[in-house]
Design a protein around this ligand. Structure first.
Ligand SMILES: Nc1ncnc2c1ncn2[C@@H]1O[C@H](COP(=O)(O)OP(=O)(O)OP(=O)(O)O)[C@@H](O)[C@H]1O
Ligand SMILES: [Mg+2]
Length: 688
């Protein structure tokens, strides 16, 4: 890498023909403060999975070489030169306890600015309010009575006062955690973001190619992103991919929460140099940093020091050491200034930091008065920052149509299912093994249909039993036959809900990130899950019933039984989705799941008729979708069985109500789906 006359990092062709971008393999060519021997890579990752997809731009070697020659990173970015300025930002939250209402001041009278072409860093110890300030500036902090949060102050973008939520379409926000689909590749992640967030396909491929090159991701563009259990990109590559996904809209302001956290110092440096180049292209960069190394801190242009939600100092990085010297805290020679200030904020008593805050507030007020800027107001402006509670920002209008969203989401979902071969194999094996086990236990149980009157006489002669005893035996056999059906229904219900309960809550952070950036809305997301799950449960039901039908010698119409099992499985999936949408933490599904599914069995009327249950509990039977499915299965299976009334009457099954039961099952699917959609919407809107 070299620097051109303007100080931009340029990618150059190396002598041996390799590109000079900072891919993981070519990290030694990066302009870095480390000596050569420290730049050696760690041990190679043992196994990475890649995927070549045909729906994304192909990047042949020649093209890559051509792309890198003499290019400037992010050349198509910037140009708007937006300056973000904020005055007297305060945020207060009410914690309501049993007797009183306690107010917690999270931000107090924070002022500052972020300029185009510069990296502005919010520096402070843990809990100082860095993320909160960034969220407020990025329009991602809910306020108002409903959230028990009051945000006051003013924000300007290039001189115009704005509600930050209204300019979200021009901002990118990169969260601290990289929430992405583990089974997608960087190219696919960028392509997905582009297809839902860019208006036309005109320069989509070009932009993806530019981003992959600028972010140093070309060498791993077809490697899985990965997660804790699936090997994939390195931490630095993953972070750069997360940045790329948000940069797809060519934003003017880029906000990043702790972009270097969790990375080793070199990977962190790579990320920050990407941001430096992005800044040089003309974007306004604001990031929070918790513990920057000297090399990383040297890349920062402006600093805002936060301590307990108050501003201790804000200004050009070069002036920071000088300022703290003037107020009595000289930074020892050779110390990292960022470490020095963070240490100071954490070790000095509160009275001292309060004093420093007051000194800075006074100096800032004097400077503002000196500039006599009309837009600057009293530092204690009590105007609510977010005055339009329903603002869903500019991006809502830019969203793609429902069909396009559903298509893209379903495509990604299907890809994830196909590529996650372990989960798929576990799913198939479990249902085959369980079905086979049940099949063997209930082997040939359906042959009761042959027990006509003649058979009874034969049985009597053969076994020496009386007619009454043979009838009792037949009744018991009919019960076993019915129990076999119940087991088929139980296997279908549990095998359909289990994968959803285990995987969906883990994906929710990805949904929340994408929803908050306006990539798609709740309904297509939910339906995409269904669109992929329904064919899967169909295949699963076909396997389950196919095996049982043969081994248990069932008698009912195969297709009628199959569609009932499919409907039951879809209902089970919709309940599992509703639970996954309702819980706060993924691990809660483990507790809530049995709470919903076990009563399904209890109130199915199989173990004890509902008429024998306490009156005040009977209403719960109406929520047991399992009982409706079992009733339909019972009617279909026993329709032509002699003495069917022995079992149907015992189970309170009304043969004439077949379509009522089917209708109730469909109604249950609708109710649980709508509940899930509403829960998901609540979660998403409550967050931002
Ligand atoms: N909605 C809220 N309600 C109540 N308290 C909150 C809320 N949001 C943040 N806080 C509190 O405000 C303080 C600052 O939180 P914040 O996440 O902004 O800190 P931070 O500087 O980003 O910390 P870290 O470096 O650990 O990420 C914390 O004490 C946190 O508990
Ligand atoms: Mg934080």
């Amino acid at each position: 890498m070299a620097e051109d006359g303007d100080g931009n990092h340029r990618l150059i062709e190396l002598e041996d023909g390799r590109s000079g971008g900072f891919s993981s393999e070519d990290s030694s060519v990066i302009h870095s403060p480390w000596p050569g021997n420290l730049r050696a890579r760690g041990p190679a990752r043992d196994k990475c999975y890649s995927w070549q997809s045909d729906d994304v731009p192909d990047l042949p070697q020649d093209e890559e070489r051509e792309w890198t020659q003499g290019r400037t990173r992010f050349s198509s970015f910037g140009g708007s030169d937006l300056e973000l300025r904020w005055e007297a930002l305060s945020m207060c939250s009410w914690q309501v306890s049993r007797k009183s209402q306690e107010a917690v001041q999270i931000l107090t009278n924070v002022s500052g600015a972020a300029r185009a072409g510069k990296i502005t860093c919010i520096l402070g110890p843990s809990g100082s309010g860095k993320t909160t300030l960034l969220n407020v500036l990025a329009g991602r902090q809910s306020g108002g009575h409903r959230h028990r949060i009051r945000i006051t102050g003013q924000v300007w973008v290039s001189g115009s006062r704005v509600d930050p939520r209204a300019v979200r379409s021009r901002m990118a926000y990169v969260m601290q955690k990289d929430e992405m689909f583990a089974t997608s590749t960087p190219t696919e992640a960028l392509s997905f973001s582009a297809s839902l967030r860019l208006s036309g396909p005109r320069d989509r491929k070009e932009l993806i190619s530019e981003l992959l090159g600028s972010l140093g991701l070309r060498s791993c563009s077809h490697t899985y992103i990965g997660n804790a259990v699936l090997n994939g990109l390195s931490g630095g590559q993953r972070k750069r991919t997360a940045i790329g996904v948000e940069l797809i809209t060519r934003p003017d302001i880029v906000c990043l929460d702790e972009p270097t956290s969790g990375l080793d110092s070199f990977a962190a440096y790579q990320v920050m140099s990407v941001l430096k180049d992005l800044g040089k292209a003309g974007c306004t960069i604001i990031c929070t940093l918790h513990q920057p190394s000297s090399e990383i801190f040297a890349l920062v242009d402006q600093v805002i020091c936060l301590c307990d939600g108050r501003c201790l100092w804000a200004g050009d990085r070069e002036q920071m050491v000088g300022y703290f010297s003037t107020v009595g805290y000289p930074c020892p020679v050779g110390f990292n200034p960022a470490d020095f200030v963070i240490f100071l904020m954490q070790t000095e008593p509160k009275s001292k930091t309060d004093e420093l805050t007051q000194i800075w507030t006074r100096k800032h007020a004097e400077a503002a008065a000196f500039c006599s800027e009309s837009s600057l107001t009293s530092p204690y402006d009590e105007h609510e920052l977010c005055r339009t509670p329903k603002v869903r920002s500019g991006f809502s209008t830019a969203q793609k149509g429902f069909g396009q969203q559903l298509r893209q989401l379903a495509k990604r979902e299907l890809r994830a299912v196909v590529r996650d071969r372990t989960t798929l194999a576990v799913r198939v094996t479990l249902s085959v093994v369980l079905t086979f086990l049940f099949g063997l236990v209930f082997q040939g149980v359906g042959r009761t249909i042959l027990e006509t009157k003649d058979q009874n006489i034969f049985d009597q002669m053969w076994t020496g039993l009386t007619y009454a005893e043979v009838t009792a035996l037949r009744k018991r056999k009919l019960e076993w036959h019915f129990n076999a059906l119940v087991q088929v229904a139980l296997v279908a219900m549990f095998s359909a809900c289990q994968p959803v309960i285990l995987t969906f809550p883990l994906e929710r952070p990805v949904f929340l990130r994408e929803y908050s950036s306006g990539t798609y809305s709740v309904l297509p997301y939910y339906l995409s899950k269904m669109v992929v799950e329904v064919p899967l449960v169909f295949v699963q039901s076909l396997m389950t019933l196919g095996l049982c039908y043969v081994v248990m010698s069932l008698n009912g119409n195969f297709w009628a039984l199959l569609w009932t099992i499919v409907l039951l499985s879809v209902c089970s999936v919709s309940v599992a989705l509703a639970i996954s949408c309702a819980v706060r933490q993924p691990r809660e599904t483990g507790a809530v799941g049995p709470l919903v599914f076990v009563p399904q069995m209890l109130f199915s009327g199989v173990f004890i008729p509902v008429s024998h249950m306490p009156v005040y509990l009977r209403w719960m039977q109406y929520f047991s979708f399992l009982q409706y499915a079992i009733k339909v299965l019972g009617i279909v299976e026993f329709r032509h069985v002699p003495h069917k009334e022995l079992v149907l009457d015992a189970q309170d099954i009304l043969e004439d109500s077949l379509w009522v039961y089917v209708g109730l099952l469909v109604l249950m699917v609708l109710i649980f789906s709508l509940t899930g959609i509403q829960m998901l919407r609540n979660k998403a809107t409550h967050l931002f």
